[in-house]
Design a protein around this ligand. Structure first.
Ligand code: CDP
Length: 216
């Protein structure tokens, strides 16, 4: 029954700004917001804390059985954003069993009055019926600089060269995996945000949403 619930998907590579834009667009429209990457990050943190081998697909698949999203009641908001978790997550996210376990959770996030969902496969796999699909990009250098500033703001140390290399490696893994690879849906609108500010990007997506509603 998600077909009549308005969904906007925002996909793109690491640190392309999807999360910031998606939550602002959701706020502007009064829609719910789904950060699908957070689900993959929580699954990864769970696997890491249990010492599961990240190359062992069979051991990884049951990590999310039952659709748990809380890690034993522990607040993991900050822990899932650590750089080593980011890198490990793109290894866990290649496992079809993990993706299948998270699919229903993501589908269930579609509730009235609407949903803005960000990730890698929101437009291609999870919400292919969404009337507006956006694929955001920015050069690896610009994305690494954004992540660098985020880490400094959080009081962490960061190395720009290492961040750029890590983003490129994650993009390669996310784009080349067999299941739900990172790629624009055929009907996605492409947005290169390398030279755009946050407000400008939010405005563009809201303009596209207005156009989409008029056409439906
Ligand atoms: O914020 P950032 O773009 O760095 O990461 P994220 O959106 O939280 O996603 C972290 C990782 O989860 C990605 O590198 C992907 O490997 C995986 N992911 C995925 O496979 N599918 C999704 N729908 C969302 C995230």
């Amino acid at each position: 029954m998600t077909d009549c619930i308005p969904v906007i998907t925002l996909d793109g590579p690491a640190a392309s700004g999807k999360g910031t834009i998606a939550s602002r667009v959701a706020d502007a429209l009064g829609f719910h917001y789904l950060d699908s990457g957070a689900l993959y990050r929580i699954a990864t943190l769970d696997a890491l804390s249990k010492g599961i081998d990240l190359d062992d697909a069979q051991a990884l698949s049951p990590v999310f059985e039952g659709g748990r999203i809380l890690l034993d009641g522990r607040d993991v908001t900050t822990a899932i954003r650590a750089e080593e978790v980011s890198s490990a997550t793109s290894r866990v996210a290649v496992v079809p069993g993990v993706r299948a376990a998270l699919f229903a959770l993501q589908k269930n996030a579609a509730r009235l009055p609407g949903l803005v969902a960000d990730g890698r496969d929101m437009g291609t796999v999870v919400f292919p019926e969404a009337p507006l699909k956006v694929f955001m990009t920015a050069t690896a250098r610009v994305r690494a600089e954004r992540r660098y500033c985020q880490l400094l703001e959080r009081g962490e140390t960061a190395d720009l060269e290492a961040l750029t290399a890590d983003l490129e490696e994650r993009d390669r893994r996310d784009s080349q995996r067999a299941t739900a690879p990172l790629k624009p849906a055929e009907d996605a609108r492409l947005l290169d945000t390398s030279c755009m500010g946050i407000e400008e990007v939010v405005k563009k997506v809201l303009e596209w949403w207005d156009e989409t509603k008029k056409l439906s």
